[in-house]
Design a protein around this ligand. Structure first.
Ligand code: UD1
Ligand code: CA
Length: 456
């Protein structure tokens, strides 16, 4: 079947009170529009084209979603949902089914869309409807005595009796491709809002004998639109809870499923334990038996089995080997690679560095633009001075070296295999293998020294 998807995303979203177009606001780290796009991509259909109708902030939407392959259509004036669909209609030539979705209804599921598209089957007009305890503001589904759908009446045009109807229009519908043009051509804006209502095609279908059917969403949240920050936050929590349930089903221990945020994809091996208030962003992969302490922020990282990440650690664009020990309060910046059994402790920052197997940087250090071999011990307060204000330089520390506390390694510099650098050194030239490098003032003890006395 040839399915064309039209996503309406031209509205301003003024209640968001934001410079960012509404459909770019994120839920779980992805724009609402991207959520809708990925749901629609999962509908089986031999041939699928997607048209996105944009208006307010069109340039920003296009720019931010430059990576998606859709047909962008501009609606310069927002004259109603019918008018929005008209802008995309010529692009839907040859469609069996035209599926209309909304860029600000982000939780819609592929299963629901499948059901709607099958209900349409290229012949019937299929509406996604939902019963709401409080239907106020929504278009009402008007049925005859036998239950057949007759029309959708907008809230502002509804009579007192019609306002009591609880079955509402979600706005999402599947239209037979062959009927799209004739119906859209017959729309007028003769109504309370002076808009071209897409919903008027229902009465047209009834008048010409095309049957109007409906499907229902799996849950109310699927058809919840976002008009303000509170609704955005509500969907965010719902989606996060769904993420948490999925992870627990897959065998992950979450100390509190209500205090987990996944803004991207988190893939876990077996027996992973995640403590409270962790945020995972981008693509994060955790191996088997990993423990993540509370308040960790982990983005685009691969962490191998058996590693422990302790509280308050921040990891970005890094690879952590097996059985490593990271944190508490460690910061692994982009380009960090820890080989197996490495230890990076509290208040240590690393960047663009390989730390070899079993090596330790346990306290208060900055190690950047460096290559550290295996079995190295880096004392507290060690700094790689990698930057001269214009260029970055590299530090190399070979296997088995020992760097005494409070050492400044002024790059470019290298410390040889099994070499030792005395505490408090400022190292500006290489230390050969197995040598002791000391670069600090020699201690003098002065006898007969007199303690100062306060002048009167
Ligand atoms: C619409 C339906 C109503 C349904 C409700 C569900 C119509 C006439 N009414 O009403 O039956 O209950 O959705 O939320 O269809 N948009 C454009 N261009 C336009 C107008 C709208 O792109 O010219 C987009 C908006 O950005 C928005 C969506 O279409 O995402 C819905 O538009 P809105 O004006 O909010 O429709 P409602 O009045 O809520
Ligand atoms: Ca609306």
């Amino acid at each position: 079947m040839n399915i064309h998807v039209i996503i309406l995303a031209a509205g301003q979203g003024s209640r968001m009170k934001s410079a960012l177009p509404k459909v770019l606001h994120p839920i779980a780290g992805r724009s609402m529009l991207e959520h809708v796009l990925s749901a629609s991509e999962s509908i089986p259909g031999t041939n699928q084209s997607t048209h996105v109708v944009i208006g307010h902030g069109a340039d920003k939407v296009r720019e931010r979603l430059a990576h998606v392959s859709v047909n962008w259509i501009e609606q310069t004036e927002q004259l109603g949902t019918g008018h929005a669909v008209m802008q995309a209609a010529t692009a839907c030539e040859g469609a069996d089914v035209v599926l209309v979705l909304y860029g600000d209804v982000p939780m819609i599921r592929p299963n629901t869309l499948n059901a709607l598209v099958s209900a349409c089957g290229g012949e019937n007009l299929a509406l996604l409807t939902v019963d709401l305890a409080n239907p106020s503001g929504y278009g009402r589904i008007v049925r005859d005595e036998l239950g057949a759908i007759l029309a959708i009446v907008e809230d502002k045009d509804a009579t007192h009796e019609q306002k009591a109807i609880t079955e509402t229009n979600t706005g999402i519908m599947a239209i037979p491709g062959t009927r799209l043009h004739p119906w859209l051509n017959s729309l007028t804006n003769d109504n309370a809002q002076g808009e071209y209502y897409l919903t008027d095609i229902v009465a047209m279908a009834v008048a010409e004998g095309t049957s109007v059917v409906n499907a229902r969403p799996g849950s109310e949240m699927e058809v919840q639109g976002v008009n303000n920050r509170a609704q955005q936050a509500q969907l965010e929590r719902l989606l996060q809870l769904r993420n948490a349930e999925q992870l627990m089903n897959d065998g992950v221990t979450l100390m509190d499923p209500a205090r987990l945020d996944v803004r991207g994809t988190l893939t876990c091996g077996s027996d992973v334990v995640i403590d409270i208030n962790c945020v995972f962003e981008g693509k994060v992969v955790l191996g088997d038996g990993i423990e993540i302490g509370p308040n960790c922020h982990i983005k685009d990282a691969l962490i191998h089995s058996g590693t422990v990440i302790k509280a308050n650690s921040v990891i970005e664009d890094a690879v952590v080997g097996e059985l490593c020990d990271v944190g508490p309060f460690a910061r692994l910046r982009p380009g960090t690679k820890l080989e197996q059994k490495a230890k990076v402790g509290n208040f240590v920052e690393t960047k663009k560095v390989v730390i070899g197997a079993g090596s330790k940087v346990n306290h208060l250090s900055y190690i950047g633009d460096a290559e550290v071999g295996s079995g190295v011990n880096i004392g507290a307060g060690t700094i790689t001075c990698n930057y001269d204000g214009a260029n970055k330089f590299k530090t190399t520390i070979a296997d088995g070296a020992f760097i005494g506390s409070n050492t400044a390694l002024v790059a470019p510099v290298s410390i040889g295999k099994d070499a030792l650098v005395g505490a408090g050194s400022t190292v500006t030239s290489d230390v050969p293998d197995e040598h002791l490098g000391v670069a600090r003032g020699r201690q003098r003890n002065i006898s007969g020294w007199k303690k100062p006395v306060k002048q009167s």
